[in-house]
Write a protein that binds this ligand. Structure first.
Ligand code: ADP
Length: 510
């Protein structure tokens, strides 16, 4: 419990998740954009409500000015009627309209100040008063009517002129207000459109960009250029997709490794009798040397003793090398390439699988002594075991397996179905061919032989992983594998591997 009353940062996994949720999410960004647009629209609407109220006030003022002007025109109409017909009713109406005009001027003085200065309003009021006085004098003294009439008319004209000026100013002000309102409306529409475009761009930057980066990262995994997805953003949804995807990749990798391991164990089974046979030779050599030494120990020359002891030493070393390579073959080790002399490696591998080779079958090697290849030796041995085993299993009594290797120049054509990053490479490489004179691979299954779990063998004789593992290893080496076969004419597997580190570095730099 937090006794101090100060809020503490929640560091529990749930709390961290909650913190992450606040830090960023695609949903948050999209909602943020919606809120920004909604707020902008609300502000624009409130602004226009305010502007409309100003316009309304203008129109109301306009009505009052028009009312004043109409009243002044009415005053003059009754004046004219009175002068023409001398009807007291017209005079009374005239006086009433004068009073109304005065009343309007007093009641709405503050409003009228917007269209005329105070002095002008005062002048209008004074002229109205003068006019009212003259009209009263006109009605009261018929004898002076002839002299008073032009004065009344002149005053009436002045009053109309003043009211007309106010109406004109008001009209032009309404026009100006409408024009500024139109410009404002246009400006706000342009600003809103710009805002929507900007928010759209920002949204696409923040939402589409990480998704595109995710796509590129997934493509890189597909092309074996990287092993895990990198997080292109800290958005919650993307982080959880990446976590789930990387977890899946890890699981897949574990399963792939376990498949490789079971395939290796199956190969070990194949190699067991060959290994025993291979070990038997040095052991029996050691044994014979020991027997000779026991028999001749007493009278032997030191040189003879040295000869047998050194023979024992050599044979022990040979046996140790066999055990070491078997040990390397069987354990899980990290991929590591070195420059390997190919011929001894192939010879040893053939020795290991010899036990499985039908007695009459022939294995012929055509590999130059000095030929080297850049490879992980136990993995290359696994490739050879799998290919030789497949060839052996397909052979009849007079079977023949040819294993040849040579350097090939850049761009040398590779016949058959080819797979792997090294296919079509412009580097000088080493080509290893494993060829048999068995029944070959039918064209309809040829494109599927590298698929995992594809087998045509009976249950218990094949898991369908041999060529899949071969492909995986070649792929790991950045090499290429191709197969071509005509029914009845045997199968031919060609492997191309980088010749040296220099070629590999050249390619990796490219
Ligand atoms: P498995 O040997 O367990 O069947 P592989 O992946 O090693 O699995 O081989 C897949 C299939 O390819 C084999 O079942 C076989 O039909 C075919 N195949 C491979 N190598 C040869 C070969 N040298 N001759 C004829 N068929 C072959």
């Amino acid at each position: 419990m937090n006794h101090s009353g100060v809020s503490e940062k929640d560091n529990s996994p749930r709390g961290q998740q909650k913190n992450l949720a606040w830090r960023g999410s695609l949903r948050g960004k999209i909602s943020g954009a919606y809120v920004a647009v909604a707020v902008a629209m609300l502000l624009a609407s409130l602004f226009f409500v305010g502007e409309l109220r100003t316009l309304e006030a203008r129109v109301e003022l306009g009505q009052r000015v028009t009312e004043l002007f109409d009243t002044v025109l009415e005053i003059r109409r009754y004046e004219r009627n009175y002068f023409l017909h001398r009807q007291p009713a017209d005079q009374a109406e005239n006086a009433q309209q004068i009073a109304r005009a005065r009343d309007l001027l007093t009641t709405h003085r503050t409003d009228f100040l917007a269209v005329a200065p105070a002095a002008r309003l005062d002048a209008l009021r004074d002229r109205l008063d003068d006019y009212a006085g003259q009209m009263a004098a006109y009605a009261a003294t018929p004898a002076r009517q002839a002299t008073l009439e032009p004065q009344v008319r002149a005053l009436g004209k002045t009053v109309v002129g003043l009211a007309e000026d106010m109406a004109r100013v008001e009209r032009s002000q309404i026009r100006a207000t409408l024009a500024s309102f139109r410009n404002l409306l246009f400006g706000v529409i342009v600003c809103m459109a710009l805002l929507i475009v900007l928010i759209g761009r920002a949204l696409s930057q923040r939402v589409a960009k990480p998704l595109k980066a995710l796509e590129a990262s997934a493509a890189a995994i597909g092309a074996n250029r990287r092993e895990t997805l990198a997080a292109p953003s800290r958005d919650r949804e993307i982080v959880s997709i990446i976590e789930a995807f990387n977890h899946m990749l890890k699981e897949l990798d574990l399963r792939r490794k376990s498949l490789m391991r079971s395939e290796r164990l199956a190969s070990l089974g194949t190699m067991l009798s060959g290994v025993a046979h291979e070990l038997n030779n040095p052991l029996s050599n050691i044994s014979s040397s020991c027997q000779i030494l026991i028999e001749e120990a007493d009278g032997a020359q030191p040189a003879t003793l040295r000869k047998y002891l050194s023979n024992i030493d050599q044979q022990t070393e040979r046996a140790r090398a066999i055990v070491r390579s078997l040990f390397d073959f069987s354990r899980d080790r990290a991929f590591s390439r070195e420059t390997v002399r190919l011929k001894p490696l192939v010879e040893q591998t053939v020795g290991f699988v010899r036990g499985e080779i039908a007695a009459k079958s022939l294995v012929r090697l055509a590999i130059a002594d000095e030929l080297v290849v850049l490879a992980d030796p136990p993995r290359l041995q696994q490739v050879l075991v799998n290919l030789i085993r497949n060839a052996m299993e397909s052979l009849g009594p007079d079977g023949r397996i040819d294993i040849a290797a040579e350097y090939v120049t850049a761009g040398a054509p590779l016949p058959g179905t080819a797979l792997g990053p090294g296919c079509g490479m412009d580097d000088d490489m080493v080509e290893i061919r494993v060829e048999d004179n068995g029944p070959g691979i039918p064209p309809d299954i040829l494109p599927r032989v590298f698929d995992p779990f594809f087998t045509t063998k009976d249950v218990g004789h094949g898991m369908g992983l041999g060529l899949f593992v071969v492909y995986e290893i070649i792929d790991e080496h950045g090499g290429c594998i191709a197969v071509d076969s005509a029914p009845g004419a045997g199968a031919r597997f060609r492997i191309r591997l980088p010749r040296s580190m220099r070629e590999t570095q050249k390619r990796e730099a490219a």
